[in-house]
Design a protein around this ligand. Structure first.
Ligand code: CP
Ligand code: NVA
Length: 311
């Protein structure tokens, strides 16, 4: 049994399969072709933080695969009344086939997984957001495919510029870069840097740090950012607003990237903070494809965790 708690829980070969499978699943979805590979399977979704995309993409995705979902939040379950996470895992995993969790510390999802009888998927923790990076990579491959047609060839050697917080998204980009052979140019305000130990990367050559965000964007194939204040860090809002003022992706930053560079943002976005409206609503932005691709990529992921490689 495989869990998907962080990006590196799967191998490069797994990603080659998943990216190709997601493309097939998307094509069938667009053609209204049935794809009921998870008929009679149930996904439990546990949300300890807010969500729009993650909820809709997993819920709609599971129904499209022929399965069903159970939606739990901290407030409407015993999780909010201090039932131990281990006991919740034992119970929920006896009644469902797959569990997706959005929570705070990574240690919490690890504790759940250690006591689960079924695969567990990370739907965002303080440290990682692997499903989002899976969708982002799928989007990058879709927009900039390799001549060979092989998804991993489209990623190898690419430069991804990360402008902003050294957060769960940044950490996951580093893991993806280390595993799949591309480089992250990262620029964060002082005090908000990524830590290789938190990101769990051993080969620090997969990323380069830049003081000035425009330098990180120079020559990049993809420029990407995220909110200044992630969920759970709201108490730091004011300090972050001051610290991040120069880390707003604008047209000057896009101008020094590759001429065909893409812009991505996991969303939700705050126009005028981490990105200007001109960039996120501009011609290089692929944020709506990126959001939609959460569903196609996660359908491939759920199928893979439950059934292994298909076809
Ligand atoms: N990008 C993302 O995970 O969005 P939600 O918080 O809406 O799920
Ligand atoms: N880094 C953000 C991502 C939201 C999808 C957060 O954790 O709130």
């Amino acid at each position: 049994m495989k869990h998907y708690l962080q990006f590196k829980d799967l191998s490069a070969a797994d990603y080659a399969y998943l990216l190709a499978r997601a493309a097939l699943i998307k094509k069938k979805f667009k053609a209204y072709e049935k794809h009921h590979t998870l008929a009679d399977r149930t996904l439990a979704m546990i949300f300890e933080k807010a969500s729009t995309r993650t909820r809709v993409s997993f819920e709609a995705g599971m129904y499209q695969l022929g399965g069903s979902v159970v939606h739990l939040t901290t407030g409407d379950s015993q999780l909010g009344r201090a039932e131990p996470i281990e006991d919740s895992a034992r119970v929920i995993s006896r009644m469902t086939d797959l569990v997706m969790i959005r929570t705070y510390e990574q240690t919490k999802i690890e504790a759940f997984a250690a006591h689960s009888r079924v695969p567990v998927i990370n739907g965002l923790t303080n440290e990682f957001h692997p499903c989002q990076i899976l969708a982002d990579l799928f989007t990058l491959v879709e927009h900039r495919p390799a001549a060979s047609g092989q998804p991993l060839d489209a990623l190898r050697g690419k430069v991804v510029a990360w402008v902003g917080d050294g957060n769960n998204m940044a950490n996951t980009w580093l893991q993806a870069a280390e595993l799949l052979g591309f480089t992250v140019h990262i620029s964060t305000p002082r005090g908000y840097e990524v830590q290789a130990s938190t990101a769990c990367v051993t080969d620090t050559s997969c990323y380069q740090v830049f003081k000035n965000p425009i330098d990180a964007c120079r020559g990049a194939d993809l420029v990407t950012t995220d909110v200044w204040t992630s969920m759970g860090y709201e108490a730091e809002n004011e300090a972050r607003r001051a610290a991040f003022a120069n880390w707003c992706v604008n047209t000057d930053m896009m101008a020094v990237a590759q001429p065909d560079a893409l812009f991505m943002h996991c969303l939700p976005a705050h126009r005028g903070e981490e990105v200007t409206a001109e960039v996120i609503d501009g011609p290089q932005s692929v944020v709506w494809d990126e959001a939609e691709n959460r569903m196609h990529a996660q359908k491939a992921l759920m199928e893979y965790l439950l059934l292994g490689q298909q076809g």
